[in-house]
Each structure stands twice: as structure tokens, then as C-alpha cells.
Design a protein around this ligand. Structure first.
Ligand SMILES: [Zn+2]
Length: 320
């Protein structure tokens, strides 16, 4: 007598991938927390000399996250941020209790933010109670995020992400992300941007980007580029157009700065406005087109008038 094996449903298929990625041990929150630790483990130098540290901190994070759905006091961005800072502090304290005193905000944020990201990968059907916090969640900071053009100019860290020590500086980045993308939850932005960046750094994509673009495939300036780097302001009887310029302070610290480049009469119609913006986008002082990835980018991200920073580093090994 044979058993009946139904076709796997999408939920079954999802379970299968979750099993491969998160393992089978523990409840789903514990699985998310354990997997998230792998995303920072290589930065936790010599934690092996304090064997109690990780299990202790892991239990702190698991219980904080498991209790989150029943926290009636966490209802808005401000109370979520306060909860977040408190959990980061508790994680550092747990490590310190076990004798490891150099667990930083940079590491705590990665652990907590990745665990939350994974909780949303499980989804509200499997792991309910977290949906109301989604829009308050923070972007997990790592090198992929910090190197992404979409986040350029927002981070002002003097140290590597894992060494970030001051929570206020960490939070300033999160606030800047919310301001740059006011219409999308930060985690939704990160979900897309991280994958784009990850894909663009893998060898399969390099072959594509190294192919010379044909003239008809020259890039159309994206809406995002215009939205993020060109500002229109009504001032009295005129409209001012400004461009966000990226200036480098040292080789790793981009700063952005708005420069006024054009003034038009207030009655300028939409067609004339599009023409003016187009002229700015094609002005080599402000934007350039990389001949390798075929992207139009702010001049501050171009190494020369043909090559962007990212292609210089991924295709030519240029170290910044
Ligand atoms: Zn490029």
C-alpha cells in the first residue's frame, strides 16, 4: 500500500528553502537569530576565548525578538528606535558579561537587523506578529550597502561598519535613508539594493558589464537619478535647479553638497523643465556615463569621463 504524496505547494517549496538556509534546530525566531550571526561572525575577533559570550547574547536577542509582537509600547518609529538601541546595548552587555568587551554597535546592529530581515523572509504566515514593525525596521549596514550608489553620501563613519561605536552616528545613517527614500520602508529599499549590488559584484555579471554597449543602448537617465540628485525649488518668481555633487574627503568618505546650477521662470512648462533637467544630466561637470557598466552617474562617482569607481575597482582592481 503506497502513501499519497501530494504535489508541493508554494508554501512547501518555501519551507524547503528555509530548511536549507536556516537549518532545523529551534523555533523560527531562533533559526533567524542563529543564521544572522553568521553575517557578522568573522568580525567578532577572538570571541573563542570567551566561549559563553555567543550563547548568552544569542539568547538575549532571541528572547527580545520573540517578545516583540506583544510589545504594546512599540508603536511608532521613535519607540521602535528606542527598543532597537536598547537591544543593541543589551547585546554588548551580554558579550561583556562573558568577558568579551569589544562587541560594538556596528556588530549589534548587523545581528539585530539581519535577524529581523530573516524574520520577514519567513513571512507573516509562518511567523506572525511582526508585520506592524516592518516599516520601522533599519537597514543592516555592511560594505555592500555602504558601497551602493543608492546610499552614497548618507554614511559618515570614520571606522569600518563593524567598529561603529556610537549609536547616534549609526542612527543618523538610518534617518538619512528614511529621508532619501520617503515613500519606501528602509528594509524594502535594502532588500532590492542589496541584491542588485550583490549580483553586480559576481563574476557572471562582470562578463555582461564588460561587453561594450551599442550606441542605441545608451542609458536613459533613470527617474531615481533625477529624484536623488536634481532638486527643483520654487523661490519667489523663479525655479531653482540644483545638483547634488559628491565630494570626497579622503578616499573613503563621500560628502554630498547641493550646488545651484540653473534658474528658470516660475511659469516654465513641463516640457521646458524636462529639457533643462536633460541638459544638466548631459553636462559633464555634473554627470558622466561609464563606458563599462553603461550607467549615467554623478561625476563624483566617475574616475574619468569613461569609467566609474565601481567598474574601476571590480574590473580593473583599482583600490580606492
Ligand atoms: Zn561603470
Amino acid at each position: 500500500m503506497s502513501d499519497n504524496f501530494p504535489e508541493p505547494s508554494p508554501l512547501d517549496q518555501h519551507d524547503f528553502l528555509l530548511l536549507l538556509y536556516f537549518g532545523a534546530e529551534g523555533d523560527d525566531v531562533a533559526r533567524a537569530v542563529r543564521r544572522a550571526y553568521q553575517d557578522l561572525s568573522r568580525t567578532v575577533y577572538r570571541v573563542g576565548s570567551c566561549p559563553e559570550a555567543r550563547p548568552l547574547a544569542q539568547e538575549v536577542l532571541r528572547s527580545e525578538l520573540a517578545a516583540l509582537p506583544s510589545r504594546d509600547d512599540v508603536t511608532n518609529q521613535g519607540t521602535f528606535d528606542a527598543w532597537h538601541e536598547d537591544v543593541c546595548r543589551k547585546l554588548s552587555a551580554a558579550f561583556a558579561t562573558a568577558g568579551y568587551t569589544s562587541f560594538r554597535v556596528g556588530q549589534a546592529q548587523k545581528w539585530l537587523n539581519m535577524a529581523l530581515k530573516y524574520i520577514y523572509v519567513f513571512g507573516e504566515t509562518r511567523l506572525p506578529g511582526y508585520a506592524r514593525f516592518y516599516r520601522f525596521c533599519h537597514v543592516p549596514i555592511d560594505n555592500i550597502v555602504l558601497n551602493s550608489p543608492r546610499f552614497y553620501g548618507l554614511a559618515h563613519f570614520a571606522e569600518a561598519w563593524s567598529r561603529i561605536t556610537e549609536y547616534s552616528k549609526y542612527l543618523a545613517f538610518q534617518v538619512a535613508v528614511r529621508e532619501r527614500f520617503p515613500h519606501s520602508p528602509p528594509l524594502a529599499v535594502e532588500f532590492r539594493v542589496w541584491q542588485q549590488e550583490y549580483a553586480s559584484n559576481n563574476p557572471g555579471h562582470l562578463q555582461l558589464t564588460q561587453r561594450r554597449p551599442s550606441p542605441e543602448s545608451l542609458p536613459k537617465p533613470s527617474e531615481d537619478l533625477i529624484r536623488d540628485f536634481i532638486r527643483q525649488e520654487r523661490v519667489g518668481n523663479s525655479i531653482r535647479l540644483s545638483v547634488c555633487q559628491i565630494l570626497w574627503k579622503g578616499s573613503h568618505e563621500p560628502r554630498s553638497h547641493w550646488r545651484q546650477v540653473m534658474t528658470l521662470p516660475a511659469e516654465t512648462d513641463a516640457a521646458a523643465m524636462i529639457k533643462a533637467i536633460d541638459a544638466i544630466l548631459h553636462d559633464g561637470r555634473y554627470f558622466g556615463v561609464c563606458k563599462e557598466c553603461n550607467e549615467r552617474l554623478p561625476a563624483g562617482w566617475m574616475l574619468s569621463n569613461r569609467l566609474c569607481h565601481r567598474c574601476a575597482s571590480t574590473n580593473h582592481g583599482v583600490v580606492f
